[in-house]
Design a protein around this ligand. Structure first.
Ligand SMILES: *Cc1c(COP(=O)(O)O)cnc(C)c1O
Length: 360
């Protein structure tokens, strides 16, 4: 197939904006007359320094990150933050964790090694099909922080509110960063793996309130110490240079397209195309409860595992690839990140209607 024939619904790594890839291709062999590729450049060179500073400045501008917060560009994926967060911010204290999916469950398990974890909520009893209401949250007085995952990539649920707590908020925004405005003054720390909505895999963005760092456990690896990474401006060792360059291109694209406000509008429109089909169908069963469903990951099943497989195979034949659900949920998952054009969602919605007609 040609690139033009494919819409890529993969959950991560996922589709990148066409213009971003074209620009990267045009600069691949010779970056702005330096005679070398960004991949070949010293991370201490003036050309890379500019790429790095510009990407950071763009993140600050687009997300309106206040000066109180530092932006770190790290490695190790979102998963390394499951440990880094408690090592730096828990350090033997108590933290509240809302478990609403696989990634928050793993984060809570990891945190137990470094302090006391209270489960403020746990939606596993109903297969993580929903988000707890504010009144349901069991909050611990004096907790170091409250941890949650804003968008549950695997289950297709999303917090449509910022939890109200007396302690600092920590949030995994791996699959919804840059898809909506966020009030960062309310957050102690927000982090996101890049491969869903920002850049190739290998980069993790951490946005952390400077006033909360410095109390890490003594055996915290230097590379996982927020204090050390702030002090060295994320260059304690070689940063993921190519990913940071790609992040900068993606941020330019988001700015050109109208910023995170425009992304927020588009994600609603895209998801609505698929949810309209699900809401008017007795053939498909959505995984998430209506009020908690995700704008980024639309999850559902057909009447049988065989039909799920036939659906995914038929979609792939029509150029709509990677719609198979995560192995822990099964069924179908369509991931609709910023770079998914509305035509992709429209084409998938059309195919859903057609498939239903053929199989009822
Ligand atoms: C993908 C994902 C992760 C894991 O990311 P890695 O970079 O593979 O460690 C964590 N949390 C959420 C919400 C995700 O979508």
């Amino acid at each position: 197939m040609t690139r033009e024939e494919v819409f890529n619904f993969a959950a991560g790594p996922s589709t990148m904006p066409q213009r971003v890839l074209e620009r990267a291709a045009s600069e691949l062999l010779n970056y702005k007359g330096t005679g070398v590729s960004v991949m070949e450049m010293s991370h201490r060179s003036a050309a890379f320094r500019e790429i790095f500073d510009t990407a950071k400045a763009s993140l600050r501008e687009l997300l309106k990150v206040p000066e109180s917060h530092e932006i770190l560009l790290l490695q190790g994926g979102a998963t390394l933050q499951f440990a880094a967060i408690p090592m730096n911010l828990l350090a033997g204290g108590v933290a509240d964790y809302a478990v609403t999916g696989r990634f928050s469950a793993r984060a809570a398990e990891e945190a137990k090694k470094y302090g006391t974890v209270h489960l403020a909520a746990d939606t596993s009893a109903t297969g993580h099909d929903r988000i707890p209401r504010q009144e349901e949250l069991r909050l611990t007085e004096g907790a170091n922080y409250f941890y949650y995952c804003a968008n549950n990539t695997i289950y297709g649920t999303e917090w449509h509110y910022d939890p109200e707590t007396d302690c600092p908020l920590v949030c995994d925004m791996s699959s919804d960063i840059l898809t909506r405005p966020v009030d960062f003054s309310r957050y102690a720390l927000v982090y996101a793996g890049a491969q869903k909505n920002m850049a190739p895999a290998g980069l993790t963005v951490v946005i952390v309130d400077r006033s909360l760092v410095g109390g890490e456990l003594p055996y915290t690896p230097e590379l996982m110490s927020y204090e050390a990474m702030i002090r060295t401006d994320s260059m304690l060792n070689t940063p993921p240079c190519w990913c940071i360059y790609m992040l900068g291109l993606t941020l330019d694209w988001i700015r050109e397209e109208g910023g995170v406000e425009a992304m927020a509008e588009r994600k609603r429109e895209r998801a609505a195309l698929l949810y309209d089909v699900l809401d008017s169908s007795r053939f498909y069963t959505p995984h998430a409860r209506r009020e908690d469903r995700s704008f980024m990951n639309v999850t559902f099943t057909t009447p049988s595992a065989e039909l799920d497989a036939a659906f995914a195979a038929g979609a792939a034949k029509r150029g709509m690839i990677s719609v198979k659900g995560h192995k822990s949920v099964g069924g179908i998952r369509a991931s609709l990140y910023n770079a998914m054009p509305p035509e992709g969602a429209r084409k998938l919605a059309e195919y859903m209607r057609e498939f239903e007609k053929e199989h009822v």
